[in-house]
Design a protein around this ligand. Structure first.
Ligand code: PLP
Length: 410
């Protein structure tokens, strides 16, 4: 018996380990020093009061015979699915109830969804990227084509960039067919860049022409404040070529509570096979659904009161983004993100992203994330997160200003 040898092809995931090692060593040498952690991808504010009330009620429901719930439907509580369906309606996206699947988070789905396609697919991953996309594809036995993004395209690649990456991978003998899957994350982690309707339309048209399927990660859609697409289904034709994966993690602080949702339109068909009923079969085989308690808590997110409260928390993170981007504007540093996303991606003054990391840690005790950890084209860039406390963000911004203003001629 041989276990899955694809695991041997995984590259060491050293980014956060390396950061922890460096900050640990610094604290050992400088005990008691406060660090300003602007690298975190986790939320810091508690759940909305409406969610907490619903969670308490759900626990009490489980204490009484009349309101007790056992197994929930594998594809999700119909009431929650209906609320999610209606939420898409507010974005102008009409879905049927059975096109919405409740999940225990986007990460779970981003990995599991590959079951629908089987091994040997050619997956195009726009980089810099959330690291789980690459690893999930490698574990499955797919070929990954890295589509690099850069300053020249505002970190938003176009299909011609994809064509180029495919041609290079073919010339190198890495792939023969494809593309089969195309990953798009908008607003993006780590760059904070958001695809416009026009740019997304180009990818939808291209995917349809190539008979490929887009995996659209909308985990940060709630941070969009300008007139930009929240869902890929706002683009005509997307229901024939895209799966959308979303999460309440960043939207409503559910990182430790766990709830997400996936949309698979019934019109998404490849080689005569409809993906929606295949996913029903997958879920009913591989999960027994999300807990009743968590789903009842999630329902509260989609009420008027819940929406108001989660947007109060999002406003705190966005104010952090404003404080940081204002500093980068004053310093004349190039960046993407911040306005419609909880991440800011700056071009490092001085080039090297790990050298910039060391400098910030040692000179101003600010910790961020070197861009190189999100793909080779992230070298020279640096990610700041807006999920920290407003107090720490303000201090970090002041310290960055004082550290860099002279050398940047301000
Ligand atoms: N997708 C992106 C782009 C993310 O950044 C994250 C988490 O940071 C996830 C998905 C995972 O979300 P979840 O907590 O729902 O698993």
């Amino acid at each position: 018996m041989t276990p899955n040898t694809n695991y041997q092809k995984l590259k060491e995931s050293y980014l956060f380990h390396h950061i922890a090692q460096k900050t640990g060593k610094y604290l050992e040498e400088n005990p008691g020093t406060k660090l300003y952690r602007m690298g975190i991808g986790d939320v810091s504010l508690p759940l909305a009061p409406a969610v907490i009330t619903a969670l308490h009620e759900a626990v009490d429901d489980q204490a009484k015979k009349a309101t007790f719930h056992g197994y929930m439907p594998e594809v999700g509580d119909p009431e929650l699915r209906e609320l999610i369906r209606a939420f898409y309606g507010t974005r102008g996206v009409a879905l049927d109830l059975d096109e919405v699947f409740v999940s225990s988070g986007a990460s779970d789905e981003l990995g599991d969804i590959l079951d629908l396609f089987g091994p040997g697919q050619v997956s195009m991953i726009m980089e810099p990227a959330y690291p789980a996309y690459v690893d999930a594809n490698i574990m499955t036995g797919n070929s990954v084509v890295h589509v690099p993004a850069g300053k020249e395209n505002g970190f938003l690649p176009v299909p011609a960039d994809g064509e180029k990456a495919l041609a290079e991978a073919r010339a190198a003998g890495e792939i023969s067919g494809g593309p089969d899957l195309i990953y798009i994350c908008s607003p993006n982690n780590p760059t904070g860049a958001v695809f416009t309707k026009e740019k997304l339309t180009a990818w939808v048209d291209w995917a349809k022409e190539k008979d490929a399927v887009i995996i659209f990660d909308a985990a940060y859609e709630a941070f969009i404040e300008e007139d930009l697409p929240h869902s890929i289904y706002e683009i005509p034709g997307a229901k024939e070529c895209a799966v959308e994966i979303c999460s309440l993690s960043k939207t409503a602080g559910f990182t430790g509570t766990r709830l997400g949702y996936t949309v698979i339109p019934k019109t998404l068909v490849r080689a005569g096979l409809a993906l929606n009923p295949m996913w029903v079969r997958n879920r009913t085989t591989k999960t027994n659904g999300v807990s009743y308690i968590i789903q009842k808590g999630a329902r509260a997110v989609f009420t008027d009161e819940g929406q108001k409260q989660i947007h109060q928390n999002i406003a705190v993170y966005k104010e952090n983004g404003r404080v940081l981007t204002e500093t980068f504007d004053r310093l004349g540093i190039w960046y993407t993100g911040g306005k419609n996303a909880p991440y800011i991606w700056i071009q490092c003054p001085g080039g090297d992203s790990w050298a910039f990391f060391d400098r910030l840690l040692h000179e101003v005790q600010v910790v961020g994330t070197p861009g190189e950890g999100f793909g080779a084209c992230g070298e020279g860039y640096f990610r700041f997160s807006c999920f920290g406390s407003p107090e720490d963000t303000r201090v970090a911004a002041d310290r960055l200003w004082l550290l860099l203003k002279e050398e940047l001629g301000k």
